[in-house]
Each structure stands twice: as C-alpha cells, then as structure tokens.
Design a protein around this ligand. Structure first.
Ligand SMILES: [Zn+2]
Ligand SMILES: [Zn+2]
Length: 426
C-alpha cells in the first residue's frame, strides 16, 4: 500500500497549470518515458514538485499512467503524487488515464493509492466507462472489482463492546488478495487459500467467511446498493465455507477439495461437482429479491449440467464484466487467462504452468488418451477400439505408451506458446 504524502512546499504553493520550472518540464517528459533513474534524480531537486501541472493540467503521474509505466507510477506515488488531481482540461484523472492505457497493474496501483472511482470527466464519464469505451476490458474489471484494503481493515479493530476484532489483522492481507481476484474459478480461489498457511485453519476460515457475510450484507444495505460486489462477497464466503468443511473432514491440504472440483465426469470430462458447487453458491445468495440473483438463475436454470453457458461463465460475466470466450486460452485447471502451455499429447487443453497440469492429470488422462487415439487413427473411431482382441491390444499398448510418455519427468508440455506451434500433422 502506498501512502501519499504532501510536501510542505506544495501546501504553500499549489501548482498552477503550465507553471513549470525547467526541471519540471523535464520531469513531465521523463515520467512519460518511464525513465525511473532520471526521475529519482529530478525528484530530489527542490525545483521539482511531484504534482506540477503542464499546460493541459496533466501531472507527471497522469503522463506515466497514460503510457502504462508501472514503475514510474510507483515512484511518483511514493513521492506523494496526488491520485485524485483533477485539474486536467477535460477532467481526466490519473485513474482514467491508467484505464485508457489498458495497463491493469498501474490501474490497480492507482486504485490502491486511494483513487476515487466515481469521479467523472467533462462529459460525465467515469474511469471504468472510459476504459470500456476504448475496449480495455481488463482495466474495467480491475476498477469494478476494486475493494479497498481500508474497508476490510475496519474489521481488524474491535468495534463497540468487542474485546477482539472480527478479523485478526494478520488475515487481512491474504483475505484481501482473495477479494481482489478477478478469476472466480473455485480452483483458483482454493489455491489462494492454500497459498497462505494462515488461512488453512478452521478458526481463521470461520472468521474470514463471517466477515465476508457481513460485507455482503453491507453491500446490499448501503444506500447505493452494490449487488455485484455483494454477490462476489457471498461467493467468496461460500468458497471459504467449502474449504472449512473439507478441513473439518481432515482434508488438511485441501487437495481432496481441489480434486473434487476438477474431476471430470465419464464421457466428456465435464467437471460436474464444480458446476454444481457454483450453482449452489448462486442459489444460496441470501437476498432473494436481488435483481442480479434473478438474472443469474434465469440464465443458468434452463441449462443442463455440462451444457452452455456454464455457471462459471455466467457468474464471471456478471461479476467482472468479462466474457469467458472460447477462443481465449484459459488454464484447464485454475481458469487463469492467457495460459499457453498446451498438453503435448492431445493438444486440446492449455495450462498456465506445470503445477496446474500436474493437478489436472488424474482426471485429464482419460480424455487425453481418448483424444490422442482418436486423432491418430481417424479410420477407427474411438468407440470401436475395444470391439476385438486386436483392437484391445492396440488400445492397451497406446495407453501404456502414453502413460510412459506423459510421465511429467519426461515431457510435461510444449514450452512453445500455443500460437507458435507448428500445424498438426495427421
Ligand atoms: Zn492454472
Ligand atoms: Zn492431454
């Protein structure tokens, strides 16, 4: 978290548009170019005000965010750059520039430094609307899913007659990380729980899910009801409760939960338990009059398990505004975007890394073999393989060969990004 500070010099002399010293002119250029080394030099000079304004009312931070220079933004924020400076001729803020740039990292950093999300430009558009207008959907997602750490930290202090806070302070960081995730795949969320040993604990999970329930209630009851955020808080609470239930069943590593979520059903390998889990979470949303709940149920209820759209894609679109498109590459395990490690056998699934492939293998191996055999014997459809002793032998030989080759110590996956792979030879 970057805490903004203001120098006394600036308190006395608020910067005026276009009133720049020579060094400040240089600072503006250096900020846009992202030259951190040069910027450190300039910022140590008393002639350089971090919130100086060029003739259009742009601060160095605005220039750096517009160019998507994350390191420069970090440096300027550390030097007290004002995230909510609003002197730009068309009312653009640093957050708007970050959103336009499409750089999700700077967008998040600026939000974290306290940027207001509801400021509007001269034609009444918020940063999220501007980013959406130019198609920067990742930034829109980051802005719409932002939840300030301060709002969560409220629960780390005892309130009223409480002797203990609802949330132990050490849990605020790991819980905030889960709240901020834009990948709602339950596997990913369980991984985030697993990642922090403090969370893999019955008492900790119980405290966390209760805080999530309180936040959910707060989002519903606040004057400008935020159903989207309420649903997200509720969904996270459900995931945490599921982890808790598995821990109580002595699944100490949560591996059994991950496997349940990943296990594909016979035939098409569709993760049935995962789909049912997400549907259940949605159904259990405690405010049945919420429009969002009704829309979600309306979309999902008529769909058979395994059909399209999946509960995951409907929920993701509703909560993050992102379409789960078939043509984008998502990790078959954790749902992270832009996964580019293809299973080297079937070439049908992609992963974000080896850990995810390893985790998926116990259930993917059947689909993988089936795909491989189908691809390599086009004249012999898969269903005929076991129809004769000979075919059974071939099938067995193929599958043991595959088992050998697919051993992860041998050949885990192609390291080549999916796009660069040569065309398949049949
Ligand atoms: Zn993954
Ligand atoms: Zn495969």
């Amino acid at each position: 978290m970057i805490v903004a500070k203001m120098t006394t010099h600036e308190n006395i002399n608020p910067p005026k548009k276009g009133d720049l010293t020579g060094e400040e002119k240089e600072m503006i250029q250096v900020a846009a170019a992202g030259d951190v080394k040069e910027a450190i030099q300039l910022l140590s000079n008393s002639n350089v005000r971090v919130n100086c304004l060029d003739e259009y009312g742009m601060t160095p931070l605005m220039h750096a965010s517009y160019k998507g220079k994350a390191d420069m933004c970090r440096l300027l924020l550390q030097h007290g750059a004002d995230v909510n400076s609003n002197e730009h001729e068309y009312g653009y803020t640093a957050l708007m520039f970050a959103g336009l740039s499409g750089n999700a990292e700077t967008t998040e950093m600026i939000l974290d430094a306290g940027a207001e999300t509801d400021l509007v430009n001269s034609v009444g558009r918020t940063a999220a609307q501007m980013a959406a207008f130019v198609g920067q959907h990742d930034c829109v997602t980051v802005i719409n899913n932002f939840f300030s750490r301060a709002r969560l930290e409220y629960y780390t202090r005892p309130q009223g007659s409480e002797r203990e806070p609802k949330l132990p302070p050490k849990l605020a960081g790991p819980l905030h990380k889960i709240i901020m995730t834009t990948n709602l795949n339950p596997v990913k969320m369980v991984m985030l729980v697993k990642e922090n040993p403090l969370l893999v604990d019955v008492v900790a999970l119980e405290k966390c899910y209760r805080v999530m329930d309180l936040l959910c209630e707060q989002c519903v009851k606040q004057p400008d009801m935020n159903e989207v955020l309420a649903m997200k808080m509720h969904y996270i609470s459900c995931v945490l409760q599921k982890c808790l239930a598995f821990l109580q069943e002595r699944d100490h590593t949560l591996d059994a939960l991950l496997k349940s979520l990943l296990k594909g059903r016979d035939g098409d390998g569709f993760p049935r338990y995962q789909e049912k889990f997400i549907r259940d979470c949605i159904r259990k949303f405690p405010y049945c009059e919420a429009t969002l709940l009704q829309q979600l149920v309306h979309c999902i209820a008529p769909v058979e398990i395994g059909g399209d759209p999946t509960a995951f894609s409907v929920l993701t679109q509703a909560l993050t505004g992102q379409m789960v498109l078939k043509d984008t590459e998502y990790c078959a395990t954790c749902g992270e975007k832009d996964a580019d490690k293809k299973c080297s056998y079937c070439k049908m699934v992609v992963y974000c890394g080896q850990a995810c492939q390893r985790l998926h293998w116990f259930t993917h191996k059947r689909q993988c073999r089936a795909q491989y055999v189908q691809r390599n014997s086009p004249a012999r459809p898969l269903r005929d393989l076991s129809s004769s002793a000979h075919d059974r032998d071939v099938a067995e030989a193929t599958s043991s060969m595959l088992a050998l080759c697919l051993d992860f110590s041998h050949c885990a996956f192609d390291d080549t990004p999916a796009d660069d792979l040569p065309a398949e030879q049949d």
